[in-house]
Design a protein around this ligand. Structure first.
Ligand SMILES: Nc1ncnc2c1ncn2[C@@H]1O[C@H](COP(=O)(O)OP(=O)(O)OP(=O)(O)O)[C@@H](O)[C@H]1O
Ligand SMILES: Cc1ncc(CO)c(N)n1
Length: 616
């Protein structure tokens, strides 16, 4: 749902001196506020100034917005987070916004900014039933949103006595009390997205519709829960008419499983993927903006296929079916994750894709856990806390280490008749900020010996040293970490072997691989080959566009790799995505006569391109 015109005007009217100063305070102190969105069509405009020391560099927001578009931030709708990323990435640069007086096409509408100064979280309200077993319902929703970084408030519609065997009892909450809970939360707490689960009666559906009309939110995700995984009924059949008559028309997305889709369509059988396509279209005709028909329960399907339909285009979302009994609550989890991603500002299809990836990762991680004695266990929504809490005690990995990343190559060292140790020494002297030893042909004993010598040099200069692929060598010489490719040891296992204190990097070519690396507990990703290179023949290149889309999708810092050198490093950094932290080079340093000179040249190109971007 869109913010109403009246609400928008109210917010714009509140975009006054005091909200400006709290915005500026937030920028200064580095705390996160819900970012203001760029909105078109406003009559006012605001001036943005960037300060470097005492120097003040003025931009009009409209100009910045053009840069934003030109520099490929078109998909980054949040000017605020952009500014924060820049002010954080480049200490010494401060940003400030003040009010202008002329008319301009673009303004920072402070629509979602809270009135005080502080950190505002993406906020999902779940309106659903309680599952005493905590695999589904309210409990799953809170955990899923938490895992994805969203705050989750809850309006309980029913209390169920439920475990891994089935549902033993259902106790609906009186409609008036559901209404009271809704008012309490919606009136006060700045909800971004509402997600619905078990709505036990048509009366509750009506109460919800009325409340949402009174307190509009940015988006509504409807999971039309009818029956539990165990086959127990969770909603009166009259609820279906409530969905069809009123709630669906307000929904941004509806997410039925095949049984629910069938029930919503009067009992038409859904047996094949083709049936799911036509069900998605028929449900779309009932009023929601988007439909996701989930195929987790599709009989005889070896994949977990979901069909997404936005009214014009279909997307077949494929997932590998995880072999596990722990699938209780996957539907609630998926819908909550969609809501969390929408609350964070993602577009619908991206939100759905991310949600599906999360469910798949959670299923995979939880496939062997044993909770309860029944046939359908819960999943561990907080699996990433486990992988990431490992990192808590780690040698703190600093993403700025990725600025000039030197990757050694034994063939090149032989060609130029120098030792690994000499090569590493020269690159550090020239300004390399992290070293990776990539010695594909070296004998193990020779490799350990060289790595041990390099570690001493790196430690004395404060430069981290990673080993490519060879976890055994990294352990043997107590390196700072490893870098693994897609066909090497999976990062999740590498993390288990190496423990929390080591850095792990993963080579990724796609957003899905980047998401996996994050879920596996990696610290950074290397994305490439950006350009063709002789170092890795038959390596498909992703180009600058591919690099950009991986950076935008990655929750981890990124270093670009592949065919990068003095002549093209600037074009790489100029894609201007905040989490692109630097370039990794092989030939540009090690296939040159003087490593020291080349490293210095590269470092100065990188420094110039970053500061030029800020001055433009
Ligand atoms: N075994 C599995 N492996 C991978 N993905 C799965 C598996 N089972 C379900 N999924 C995915 O989980 C998501 C939820 O779908 P599902 O059809 O299980 O929902 P649901 O029946 O509403 O769940 P529940 O009633 O258990 O909450 C979908 O994206 C689906 O493809
Ligand atoms: C409370 C509740 N909501 C939803 C489901 C669907 O999985 C369930 N089993 N229990």
């Amino acid at each position: 749902m869109q913010m109403s015109q009246a609400a928008r005007e109210l917010f714009e009217a509140r975009f006054d001196k005091s909200s400006l100063s709290s915005f500026n305070e937030a920028l200064k102190s580095g705390v996160d506020l819900e970012p203001p969105k760029l909105s078109h069509g406003s009559r006012r405009f605001h001036r943005l100034a960037l300060f470097s020391g005492r120097r003040r560099l003025f931009f009009f927001l409209s100009t910045l917005a053009q840069i934003v578009v030109k520099r490929a931030f078109a998909t980054e709708p949040n000017l605020f987070s952009l500014l924060q990323n820049y002010t954080r990435s480049f200490p010494g640069i401060r940003a400030r916004i003040s009010r202008g007086s002329a008319s301009g096409p673009i303004t920072a509408a402070m629509s979602t900014m809270c009135s005080g100064c502080g950190r505002r979280m993406p906020h999902v309200l779940t309106v659903a039933g309680s599952d005493s077993g905590a695999g589904a319902g309210i409990q799953a929703d809170i955990k899923a949103c938490g895992a994805l970084g969203a705050y989750c408030s809850s309006v309980v519609t029913a209390v169920t006595a439920q475990n891994t065997v089935g549902v033993q009892g259902v106790h609906p909450i009186p409609e008036e009390f559901v209404e009271e809970q809704l008012r309490s939360v919606l009136e006060d707490m700045g909800v971004d997205v509402v997600k619905t689960g078990m709505l036990p009666s048509v009366g509750v559906v009506k109460v919800l519709c009325q409340s949402l009309k009174k307190f509009p939110v940015r988006a509504l995700v409807v999971d039309p829960v009818m029956v539990s995984t165990s086959g127990d009924v969770l909603a009166e059949s009259s609820t279906l008419s409530g969905y069809r008559d009123e709630l669906f028309a307000m929904a941004d997305i509806v997410t039925p499983n095949v049984k629910e889709a069938s029930a919503l369509l009067g009992g038409v059988p859904l047996r094949t993927v083709a049936d799911m396509y036509s069900a998605a279209k028929s449900i779309h005709n009932l009023g929601p903006k988007n439909v996701l028909v989930k195929g987790g329960d599709l009989p005889e399907s070896s994949d977990a296929i979901d069909i997404f339909f936005d009214g014009k285009k279909y997307h077949e979302l494929l997932g590998l079916r995880v072999k596990t009994h722990n699938t209780h609550g996957t539907g609630c989890t998926l819908a909550s994750c969609i809501a969390a991603e929408l609350a964070k500002g993602l577009p619908m299809l991206r939100a759905v894709q991310n949600a599906k990836t999360f469910v798949q990762n959670a299923l995979d991680y939880s496939k062997d856990i044993i909770i309860g004695n029944g046939p359908q266990g819960p999943l561990d929504h907080l699996f990433s806390l486990e992988t990431h809490s490992c990192n808590a005690g780690a040698r703190s990995f600093n993403a700025s280490d990725l600025f000039l990343y030197a990757v050694t190559d034994s063939t090149m060292n032989r060609k130029w008749n120098r030792s690994i140790v000499a090569a590493v020494k020269a690159s550090i002297e020239g300004g390399a900020t992290i070293i990776q030893l990539r010695e594909k042909e070296a004998e193990t004993c020779e490799f350990v010996e060289a790595a041990t010598a390099c570690i001493q040099i790196c430690r004395s200069s404060g430069v981290p040293l990673l080993i490519n692929d060879r976890i055994d060598v990294a352990l043997a010489c107590d390196a700072d970490g490893v870098h693994v490719g897609q066909s090497d040891m999976p990062a999740r296992i590498a993390r288990k072997i190496l423990g929390p204190g080591k850095i792990i990097g993963v080579s990724c070519k796609t957003p899905a691989q980047a998401e996996q690396a994050w879920a596996d507990g990696a610290d950074y990703i290397g994305c490439g080959g950006v350009f063709p290179t002789a170092t890795k023949q038959n390596n498909t290149t992703v180009g600058l566009d591919g690099l950009k889309s991986v950076c935008l999708a990655s929750k981890l810092p990124v270093v670009a790799i592949g065919g990068i050198g003095v002549v093209n490093a600037r074009s790489v950094m100029e894609i201007g995505v905040p989490n692109l932290k630097g370039v990794a080079v092989v030939s540009a340093l090690f296939d040159r006569e003087c490593i020291l000179t080349e490293a210095r040249k590269l470092r100065s190109v990188l420094t110039d391109s970053v500061s030029e971007f800020l001055l433009r």
